[in-house]
Design a protein around this ligand. Structure first.
Ligand code: C2E
Ligand code: MG
Ligand code: MG
Ligand code: MG
Length: 292
């Protein structure tokens, strides 16, 4: 059958592969449409320090679809990256997060929070990246000192000088940088020293079994020590239990993010959560603020 198919009618013998490619193409088409329609939402997940203070939130994109199980960012972000759609999507995410930041600045319970936004390597490599971020910050009136960009080790190492220059330009206006999923990429200590970072983020894959797996514990301890040596703050993601939090705290990790504190939630829910959290002596667990 493949032989008789026309030149532009590529067919695959493996039906599973065929289906995968079809659904990828479908997701890409739907992504394109929904980016144009601005049909994306941001959820916010709390970041809490060692004294139990809410210090910030990570913005996480959500794609509401009229289906039982909408695709997760883990599923559609790679498609957005390989198709280039991540640039438009990422700009939309940054703009929404900056609008939110400017709005929260007017509320005493939220004014001191930072908002962390994930930035793909594909975005970072755009020649217009720095200008784009600056213009979004200016247009929304967001305080750049409250904005943090989470980058991963996925950028092209050959372009490291260019990446450093871009990060430095944004840091000059007060924007901070966190190295996300740290330890899962091709970390090299020599470039780690050169990147203008403010924070290392311990990947949740090391946190999950931190209290039982000596290797994970050693890796987390090493990242915390590295942060200390390089003068970077360290945040742990995927903290789900008090045992994990205590283990990290005992080793000098001072900021945590995970289901132990809160799940990612809508901005409306997050505002309620932050107000409750700000009241001394009131544990926020009481409210049903767990997002879906
Ligand atoms: P990430 O940046 O490492 O974000 C953390 C992920 O861990 C989020 O998944 C979050 O919901 C989840 N998480 C948080 N706390 C816990 C916990 O205690 N336990 C467990 N098991 N998971 C926890 P999410 O929202 O599905 O996002 C997945 C990834 O998609 C993100 O990983 C990030 O790499 C990417 N992503 C999300 N939003 C954006 C975005 O706006 N732009 C870009 N470029 N990537 C994004
Ligand atoms: Mg992140
Ligand atoms: Mg992460
Ligand atoms: Mg992660």
């Amino acid at each position: 059958e493949a032989k008789t198919a026309g030149r532009n009618d590529v067919r695959f013998f493996d039906p599973a592969m065929q289906m995968l490619i079809e659904s990828r193409a479908k997701i890409e088409a739907e992504l394109r449409e929904d980016i144009a329609q601005k049909n994306f939402q941001l959820h916010y997940q709390a970041q809490v320090d060692h004294e139990g203070r809410l210090v910030g939130a990570e913005a996480l994109v959500r794609w509401p679809r009229p289906v039982a199980k909408p695709p997760s960012p883990g599923e559609f972000i790679p498609i957005a990256e390989s198709s280039g759609l991540i640039v438009a999507l990422g700009n939309g995410v940054l703009e929404t997060a900056c609008v939110q930041l400017a709005e929260w600045a007017r509320d005493p319970a939220l004014a001191n929070l930072t908002v962390a936004v994930n930035v793909s390597g594909v975005q970072l490599h755009q020649p217009t990246f720095v200008d784009r971020v600056k213009s979004i910050v200016e247009q929304t009136g967001a305080d750049p000192r409250r904005l943090k960009l989470e980058v991963t080790e996925s950028f092209e190492i050959a372009k490291i000088d260019e990446v450093i220059a871009k990060m430095t330009a944004l840091r000059d206006i007060g924007i901070r940088f966190s190295l996300d999923d740290f330890g899962t990429g091709y970390s090299s200590l020599s470039y780690l020293k050169r990147l203008p970072l403010d924070q290392l983020k311990i990947d949740q894959s090391f946190v999950r079994d931190i209290t039982t797996d000596p290797n994970d514990a050693a890796i987390a301890e090493t990242i915390i020590a590295l942060g200390e040596i390089l003068g970077l703050s360290v945040i742990a993601e995927g903290v789900e239990t008090e045992e994990q939090r205590a283990f990290l705290a005992a080793r000098g990790c001072r900021v945590y993010q995970g289901y132990l504190f809160a799940r990612p939630m809508s901005s409306k829910q997050f505002v309620q959560f932050a107000k409750l959290f700000a009241r001394p002596g009131v544990p926020p667990e009481g409210l049903d603020l767990q997002a879906h």
